[in-house]
Design a protein around this ligand. Sequence first.
Ligand code: GLN
Length: 476
Amino acid sequence: LQRQDSVARLHPFITCTSDVARESASLSQKRYGSGENRGPLDGIPVAVKDNFCTSGIQTTCGSVMLQNYVPTYSATVVKRLQKAGAVIVGKTNLDEFGMGSGTIDSTFGPSKNIYRSGIKYDLLLSNREPDGLDSRFPTAAVEDEDWYVAGGSSGGSAVSVASGSTFLALGSDTGGSVRNPASYCGVVGLKPSYGLVSRCGLISLVNSMDVPGLFGRYVDDVAAMLSVVSGLDPQDATTVPSDLQSLQLPENPSLEGLVIGIPKEYHCPGMKKEVIDTWTKVADLMENCGAQVREVSLPHTKYSIICYSVLNPCEVASNFTRYTGVFYGHRVESSHSMEAMYALTRSAGLNDVVKGRILAGNYFLLKENKNRYFKQALKVRRLISQDFDKVWSSGVDLLLTPVTLSTAVRYSEFNNVDNRTQQATQDFCTQAANMAGVPAVNIPISLNTEGLPISLQLMAPWGQDAALLSAAKWIE
Ligand code: GLN
């Protein structure tokens, strides 16, 4: 209980699903007793980001708009996890509707990073011993009033894994929302290839970029989770058949014959020296162990944030027309007119970040602006995607880059109003993968002198998720 209290201070969960968890845990126990065929995740505690629908369980998206919304169905990924025996212990906190990179913009309050929070991860759920330097075990926690952000928008899921509350967690990644908090919290975070994992039941942010993402403490754990959730879903027409159902990573992955690209444009302004040093160190290590490492160019990377900043609001503006207070969600009654009810409902139900994006999106989509902004951004997106294609066809197997420009940032620094653009630049290294649909994974590498995790990212061609995870396991 004491432990639960201390983890609760970090606020990973919006809703704890204790009853559901107890019921499914007791089913697991029965199956175990009777020797029945157990699913690969039988009895494993898993957290689910609160933008995945869960039948009969509140699904809030961190927003007033959906704070009382109880879906009548579960997302395909949730159903697949449950079928494999996973025990869903709670719904995790997020920036409202997944818009943000700090998990500070939730109507339920922020999630906090376990690093330097004064809370010691106590290995309760771990069967592996930490080896002193292992960044996944926050040992050197220091009492600190000015806490560090967890990253976002899937910060609650990252914290639930980093604090040992769950072994695995589901997140969603539209521009980096799984990899960013995984980087800050020192856990593994995978954004699979677009279409490999069903979005049915994931509440839409940007349909053309949203991907359900996976958190775990180890790459093998994430691979086990991917094997359960991936594959064709008749309810999501963008999914593809997958042969990853029996995915098992090699015991000792090898780098022999692999060509690793280092995209020079990812050396971007504002990147901390310790991040660059870690990047160089790991690249050297890979070279010394059989990989061929070469510098490559993704020339349109510099446009990725600006391009994302147009495309994201456009899809948001379109998706968010559904929140009117008519079918579901929050409603503010008005006796004046239907329009007044819509306006009052949206005004009270959505935060400023969401409203700002709806406004921006509608502006970019105005008849007179559409070609200048929306269509132009689609063209730039194509160029960003083609950069990747060119690099892969030149013989490069994987790209190694940083994930975030720095380690986790203090809340006071992150929440600075003048600093909202700095939040967007933290996504510099992650957004291009969403625009190109390629898989990418965050791998925790080490702790810096302050005791905060430093992580790196690997990216692979579309569909090469297994090869990506093997190399990630080697680095881990
Ligand atoms: N930080 C980005 C945004 O605010 C990414 C969000 C995400 O991946 N869901 O849009």
